[in-house]
Design a protein around this ligand. Sequence first.
Ligand SMILES: *Cc1c(COP(=O)(O)O)cnc(C)c1O
Length: 419
Amino acid sequence: MQFENTQEFALKMDQNDSLKSYRSQFFIPQHNGKDSVYLTGNSLGLQPKSVKDKIQQELDDWAKYGVDGHFDGKNPWFHYHKFFSESAAKVVGANPKEVVVMNNLTVNLHLLMVSFYRPTKTRYKIIMEGGAFPSDQYAMESQVKFHGFSYEDAVIEVFPREGEHSLRTEDILATITEHGDSVATVMFSGVQYYTGQAFNMKAITEKAHEVGAIAGFDLAHAAGNLELQLHDWDVDFAVWCSYKYLNSGPGGVSGAFVHERHADNPDLPRFAGWWGHNESERFLMKKGFNPESGAAGWQLSNAPVLSMAAHRASLDMFDEVSMAQLNEKSKPLNAFLQFVVEDAAKSNDKLTFEIITPEERGCQLSVLTGENGKMLFDHLTKNGVIADWREPNVIRMAPVPLYNSFEDIYRFGEILKSF
Ligand SMILES: *Cc1c(COP(=O)(O)O)cnc(C)c1O
């Protein structure tokens, strides 16, 4: 597509945007009486205006029914987690049975590692990307230590080559092959939080299986961003959060995926709780854990209904719009951002930066700034841009197809130029 860094061009793109009606369904933070340029949907998605009513409904039922809201409310809380399976499954490319919404992301990562990191004396290594999100690093470190291994020996991190910022798929696959039958679990993110690189999950999964290992993914930055096919890619397990691209509010619930072929395997150890117990006898308070079929059998506790209500409000939009449709906009939107950033750099020689996000990407664009990076970031903030600064010197921007406009990107470019 031929871009022009002009307001007319941006407005024309917005006019032809098939998702344009969604922006007004979100609260856009204000700056000096105008919409700010919000580019942090990868960190905390904006609030859908429908959230309040969804939470109010549950508050009303709690007021009206007390404990009987579990069965008599409009959305009976006893079944509440089930109201998400179908929508969440659609977002990640799974069968509803393979998906459950519960807990928070790092909790779910640990819970699934309990089942899917089963090291032996000889097969005990975890392969992950170098520089992963800290929570994932700590989770993997504590998992291997919990099983009596040392971090240095058991966790293999794959780093980009000298002078490069993103990982080559061939290097990831070669590392898996190299460690071969000592690999227990390959655990990657779907989209790298720092560089915005989208990993080839299908190829990583295939290679992991080839050496007899399990493949799991942290989709914190991928769910609601990329088109995923977890079931068809044969991924073993995955987790994600709902508050980034899934717009479900701070600390919002997480999602978990367990492939169908593991779903009814009673030999798979897990940490159990009553909400994962077979529903028909959950209230019989019997001894002996008998799991629900599917991912639901990994639940521990009853659903945090108030926070899940916000997630439900957001998923209503994802029910209406497919990930393919979202990507039809996010690709040109992101490409326009890159075009505008590069164009601004041509007209202002104080703008020295390098784009470190490779072509394999979703919404995010990361730039490595020069010495004046923090000053540039402060300039953006002062002028109504909400972007994200990551130490030591990266600015992350994520235009989101549901609520960002091409005009946002144009305005961002003008603010950049005025640095
Ligand atoms: C955002 C993010 C998290 C956050 O974990 P919580 O348990 O939800 O606080 C973890 N891992 C990755 C890769 C993330 O991007």
